[in-house]
Design a protein around this ligand. Sequence first.
Ligand code: 4AD
Ligand code: MG
Length: 462
Amino acid sequence: MAWITVKQARDAASIGRQVEVRGWVRTRRDSKGGFSFIELNDGSCLSNLQIIADQSLENYESVIRSLSVGSSIVATGEIKPSQGKGQATELVADAVRLIGAAPPDYPLQKKRHSFEKLREWAHLRPRTNSFGAVTRVRNQLASSVHQFFQQEGFYYVHTPIITASDCEGAGQMFRVTTLPLDNVPKRDGQVDFSRDFFHQATYLTVSGQLEAEIFACALSRCYTFGPTFRAENSNTTRHLAEFWMIEPEAAFFDLSDNMQLAEQFVKRLLADTLHHCAEDMQFFDQRIQPGLLAALELVLNKPFEHMSYTEAVEVLIRSGQSFEFPVEWGQDLQAEHERYLTEQHVQGPLILHDYPKTIKPFYMRCNDDDRTVAAMDVLVPHVGEIIGGSQREERLDVLQQRMEEMGLDQQEYWWYLDLRRFGSVPHSGFGLGFERAAQWITGMGNIRDCIPFPRTPGWAEF
Ligand code: 4AD
Ligand code: MG
């Protein structure tokens, strides 16, 4: 007998088939007519499969009538057209076998739980409608990431997770060491990292960009897709200490090529998800963020707005809004500013470009005005920044001067500088925060609910 998924069983094309389904009981209802309805979910889709179990089944009284929520079962029978509404099919069971019973203290009972509470049960969280839907959307997004870049001629490159350099220069790195913390070797009063595993100080990567640049300056187009780590003590709904990032990097790309790629990429992720995860997206629209679908569909149909940082500052000052953080040219934009720009001012995605060089990392290309760099951030309603990127400084002398201004040790970046010595090319790239993208597309309120196992200050359970 064919073992099929709930998703397949719900398809009218399965009507008439003898099948087996396997999953977990969401609810059981006993009818006076001498049969029970079992709602079965196996995670293959949001909806459950309705199973009709008649009292004539040999274990009806002993097992079926006491099947509890959360129990795992295997059921066989014929898929028939359903009389009930909300489904095309149902399974009329000829056998229902209990595999693993769930006692009454199974936490996911009828009562709805807060997302905060569910995070404490991260081992059961995937069995909820919301988190199942998030997981399927993440899967679609990951698949689309690869499909998009493969079609655009980008090669997937695996960059290291352990690194010695701080790409973003923000000093928010987790240290990696095997030195004994209770007896750290010292030399001249300083920790002697030459005695550490790698014979130097090492960290978890904050970005694969610098390594991706190496490959872009050889294979022309490449991208990374891996975990990144930031030890920033930000307890916000948009920050994780461990998150996934997609970083394309392309040789002979200038800032405007980069912006175009980012827009195509984001639109592709969105279009694919709307198409392939229609049921889950309906759920987010109805239960998580009303109006989500209409807002996302609008995004597909018009070009992203562009605005320079300088223009954005003027817009914010003219807005008459009272922001918590003051707006002043040269200051980094805060979440509230980004949200005003994207939610109120343009009401859609917005690409901000050409930021002051003082608030951006060393690698961004200096503009002729000598005060801004060729940076770009993509902002979206509800989340704010989902992409940060730039054209890279390809001129050796300018880069060296910039590193000196910022107090960076050029010896540590000898290989990065070499790329500018031997056949340097203009090149650009960006990083998309995978969970930020998932948060925007699902409408979930907290980024912690957009990743299977969130890592945040004070939390690394599971
Ligand atoms: O803007 P960021 O810091 O840029 C970079 O790391 C560049 N090296 C990327 C590049 O040009 N190749 O980070 C990129 C994106 C942000 O726009 C945001 O979406 C996400 O990564 N991000 C975070 N997501 C979750 N939690 C955090 N703590 C994040 N920090 C950044
Ligand atoms: Mg950024």
